[in-house]
Write a protein that binds this ligand. Sequence first.
Ligand code: BMP
Length: 232
Amino acid sequence: MRVLKIVFGKSLFATYRAESVKELILALDVEERKIAVRIAEELSDVIDRFKVNYPLILSSGIRIISELSEMKPVIADLKIADVPHVSSKIADLAFRNDAKAVVVHGFVGSDSLKSVMNVARRFDGEVYVVTELSSPGGEEFMSKVSLEIAKKAKEIGCHGLIAPATRLERLKEIRSVAGEMRILCPGVGVQGGTLEVLRYADGIIVGRSIYEADNPRQEAKRFREYVQTYSL
Ligand code: BMP
């Protein structure tokens, strides 16, 4: 596991100052219900939340959210990006199926963000807003507006942001705009982001580095230990 060696090999402690309890979120981007449930059962005591995305929801049906939420809270990463009346229907479906949180694209603007927030309030759910994608394409368009998205999400009262683990400098900027808002970072491991992001983020979202590992439980435990260290 070359990638993990790089990720864990960095000196992480020099500038660390713990400010909050940090989370390890498992991205379950598999395409079969049985596999997802098996991985979830194997790892649920080591991780804080599951994040499910289209590959699993489209292949298994939306009830997979409910099923997984019996083990740990589920973030429905539907990356909602539609006009308000449709965005709110999507969020409603996720929350009715026991999602604890939904993910919305920030570029949709205030009206759609507010429509999803209104639904979330009814369910006591959370809304996380994507600032810019962690992939290289996230720099083409989204990075030009990601700080404004963060400001808008804060102003509207959204619960948190999704920000790239792959661009530490940008993450710092997003943190300075976000203040105390929760920031969750995908992109650690296979995408090249390191655990140093835990200095600025409240949690990391990790998928392939765990579920594709030779020993997923062992890798999840290693991530867990680092997350704990930053939470002290
Ligand atoms: P992985 O650790 O295997 O690269 O998976 C990352 C997860 O985070 C995927 O579920 C992906 O949809 C999500 N994600 C991301 O990678 N970058 C983003 O900017 C936003 C995401 O939700």
